[in-house]
Design a protein around this ligand. Structure first.
Ligand code: HEC
Length: 98
């Protein structure tokens, strides 16, 4: 999926347990933020205290610092285009079980 490959795949995969620079995004929708046991999250992400849904993801991909201030997802500047964000989220959703 092109938008995901361009913007996210340097740091993330959708394979369960496959943590790279960023945590695996397998089944991310419905997962508690900062909750994978074997990834070294920032304390900001670990303590974010919410469950990822489409709306949270959309706002996070647009501007990570606005949703989880102090997070360590760097250097990722955010994606301004709503249609690109929507495609990435649809991809994350469609690949949820893989
Ligand atoms: C430069 C590497 C990098 C890029 C590019 C990147 N991320 Fe991340 N991502 C991270 C890191 C590192 C974390 C952990 C942040 C923390 O602990 O504060 C993270 C965390 C996340 C989380 C929270 C995961 C959880 O378990 O709570 C989501 C969701 C996420 N990224 C989605 C994306 C998406 C979607 C893209 C592409 C639009 C993307 N990221 C691009 C490095 C990256």
């Amino acid at each position: 999926m092109l938008a995901f490959n361009n913007a996210c795949r340097t740091c993330h995969t959708l394979k369960e347990g496959d943590n790279r620079l960023g945590p695996s995004l397998q089944a991310i929708i419905g997962r508690k933020a900062g909750s994978l046991p074997d990834f070294a999250y920032s304390s900001a992400m670990k303590d974010a205290g919410f469950v990822w849904d489409r709306d949270k993801l959309d706002r996070f991909i647009a501007d990570p610092g606005a949703v989880v201030p102090g997070n360590r997802m760097k250097p990722f500047g955010g994606i301004a285009a709503p249609d690109v964000r929507a495609r990435i989220i649809a991809y994350l959703e469609s690949a949820a079980g893989r």
